[in-house]
Design a binder for this molecule. Structure first.
Ligand code: ADP
Ligand code: MG
Length: 297
């Protein structure tokens, strides 16, 4: 890996409109340098998935994403046999009155899934493998992942072991809906991705919604930051800040008011209980507190 410094990582990501603080830049640099998977844990909407995308784009690598879900098994993650094509082949052989081909379990009949794809050489160099929301899978799958990531190889019973000539750059994310096993985390360089502080969230908004005026952006960020201190079922992430700013722009809003906030809460809060709690009076109070906090109240 030809990345020389943490600064360079931050610069490369900034060119992809990804705002990366020093701590995240450091673990990303180390992960690239040492060839160790990067394990990012944190609340939803804090930029964990996005960094894998930005990294792939910045390095000119292919991004391969394995979206995890409950019940995800090794077959769905690595490769599956194309039974339909195999059946067609068998029928055709029957039609010819001959024996079916003996190579029905060859690569030709294999449907490649993300983990196998990530072990293949790619034109621009080893791909970025994003194993997204690993907390949604179960322990047997984690154990399987641990093995695949230990030697960067996967085994297909009928075919044998396929080993990556150059290990992929691996990013795992977890929204921490449950604890991921120590053994898997120990393989990786771990980092907790927190909500950004005011200045960094402003920088993200500038990068992602450059058309928003500075004054409106400051109000939006201050309000969301204040909102995160409220007792909510689900606090808004950076994704929500960005969405909200775009909504306000679409409505030609130039400054926040309790009414505007109440009308557009659905962009930042996704649970009816949370919306009910903040609508009306609470919106006015949080806005007031946000303005004091931002020093322009
Ligand atoms: N540091 C950041 N720099 C730029 N954009 C960011 C950053 N963090 C979050 N975002 C924005 O927030 C959105 C949600 O981030 P995402 O990576 O999907 O969150 P997570 O995977 O942590 O739930 C992204 O699409 C991106 O636009
Ligand atoms: Mg994500």
């Amino acid at each position: 890996m030809d990345i020389q410094s943490i600064d360079e990582v931050q610069r490369l990501l900034a060119a992809e409109d990804y705002v990366c603080d020093r701590a995240l830049g450091t673990v990303a640099f180390l992960s690239l340098r040492l060839g160790r998977p990067l394990f990012l844990e944190g609340e939803a909407g804090t930029g964990k998935t996005e960094i894998a995308k930005a990294l792939a784009a910045a390095l000119g690598r292919r991004l391969i994403r394995l979206q995890c879900y409950e019940g995800l098994g090794a077959a769905e993650a690595v490769a599956e046999w194309n039974f339909a094509a195999q059946m067609v082949e068998i029928r055709a052989a029957e039609g010819r009155g001959g024996a079916a081909r003996s190579d029905l379990f060859s690569e030709e009949f294999l449907i490649e899934r993300p983990l196998l794809a990530a072990m293949r050489p790619q034109p621009g160099g080893a791909p970025v493998l994003l194993i997204d929301e690993v907390d949604r899978t179960d322990e047997p799958f984690e154990a399987f992942l641990l093995e695949a990531l230990s030697d960067f190889q996967v085994t297909i019973p009928e075919l044998g072991t396929i080993r990556a000539p150059e290990p992929p750059i691996v990013v795992l994310t977890s929204n921490r809906t449950r604890e991921v096993h120590d053994a898997l985390k120990r393989r990786c360089i771990y980092h907790w991705v927190d909500y950004p502080a005011f200045d960094r969230e402003m920088a993200i908004l500038r990068a992602r919604v450059p058309e928003a005026a500075e004054t409106l952006s400051r109000e939006v960020v201050a309000f969301v930051q204040q909102l995160r201190t409220e007792d909510l079922f689900k606090r808004p992430g950076v994704a929500e800040t960005i969405d909200w700013a775009k909504c306000l722009l679409a409505l030609d809003v130039v400054a926040l008011s309790p009414e505007v906030i109440s009308d557009t809460l659905g962009a930042i809060l996704k649970y009816q209980d949370d919306i009910q709690r903040i609508e009306g009076e609470a919106a006015a109070r949080v806005l007031e507190e946000a303005r004091v906090r931002a020093g322009n109240g």
